[in-house]
Write a protein that binds this ligand. Structure first.
Ligand code: PGA
Length: 255
């Protein structure tokens, strides 16, 4: 398998934006714009409280709905948390795990990312697993080591079979919400390091079949060039996903 046969995934990460009524309008507008653009998978990852409205608005369209986090236990005394089966019953198909904002502000570690990933996969969710280096790590020249380490720790104990439902989102932390984008060459190279690490863990066939997205200030102006790179199979898009026209332009670039 190679880039031509890996299906690109363009996923929006709304973060903590949009009330349920705003979500209904935004999903409908996005679905209208991306209708028929089936050369890539299209996902919107919305806040938990928007899920019902978003799933309803996406019915009968090519837009899939995702969540932005999931707890690793199935149920119990974990105030404020949401389980994987709660998500699947609501019609959620994808979940973002390990986003750098969760790692940075909410104490997420590679260990909890790994546990959440296992719980999500066991419930039948597809996982958008985020990893990437911070600015100091890139400047110190240790990006490759950092992403290889995160890939190994985050995927520990996950089977080759389960890798069919794992998408890696390479998100250099210094590029998220900053307007700074990795160059297409940097994105391709680091996504390549992640793919090579997956090859070491699971073999070349699994590595070539795994979708690896780039995320970090991807927008309508830079998407086409980033997406043209061999190791970049899609995008995880924050800011630009809140504007249906901009998100649609990225979907068009992926098609
Ligand atoms: P950004 O966010 O596109 O706003 O940089 C990307 C992300 O955090 O997933």
């Amino acid at each position: 398998m190679n880039k031509a046969t890996r299906k690109a995934i363009i996923a929006g990460n709304w973060k903590m934006n949009m009330t349920p009524s705003e979500a209904t309008a935004a999903v409908k507008k996005t679905a209208e714009l991306v209708a028929g653009k089936d050369g890539c998978e299209i996902v919107l990852c919305v806040p938990f409280v928007d899920i019902a409205a978003a799933v309803e608005a996406a019915k009968g369209t090519n837009v899939k709905i995702g969540a932005q986090n999931v707890h690793f236990e199935a149920k119990g005394a974990f105030t404020g948390e949401i389980s994987a089966s709660m998500l699947t019953e609501c019609g959620v198909e994808y979940v973002i795990i390990g986003h750098s904002e969760r790692r940075q502000y909410f104490g997420e570690t590679d260990e909890t990312v790994n546990k959440r990933t296992k719980a999500a996969l066991a419930a039948g969710l597809k996982v958008l697993l985020c990893l990437g280096e911070v600015k100091e790590e890139r400047l110190a020249g240790i990006t490759d080591e950092i992403v290889a380490m995160q890939t190994k720790l985050d995927l520990a104990g996950i089977s080759a079979e389960d890798m069919k439902n794992v998408i890696i989102a390479y998100e250099p932390v210094w590029a998220i919400g900053t307007g700074l984008t990795a160059t297409p060459e940097q994105a391709d190279e680091t996504c390549g390091v992640i793919r090579a690490t997956i090859a070491k863990l699971y073999g070349a066939e699994v590595a070539e079949a795994t979708t690896i997205q780039y995320g970090g200030s991807m927008n309508d102006a830079n998407a086409a060039e980033l997406l043209s790179k061999y190791n970049v199979d899609g995008g995880l898009i924050g800011g630009a996903s809140l504007v249906p026209e901009k998100f649609d332009a990225i979907v068009t670039a992926a098609n």
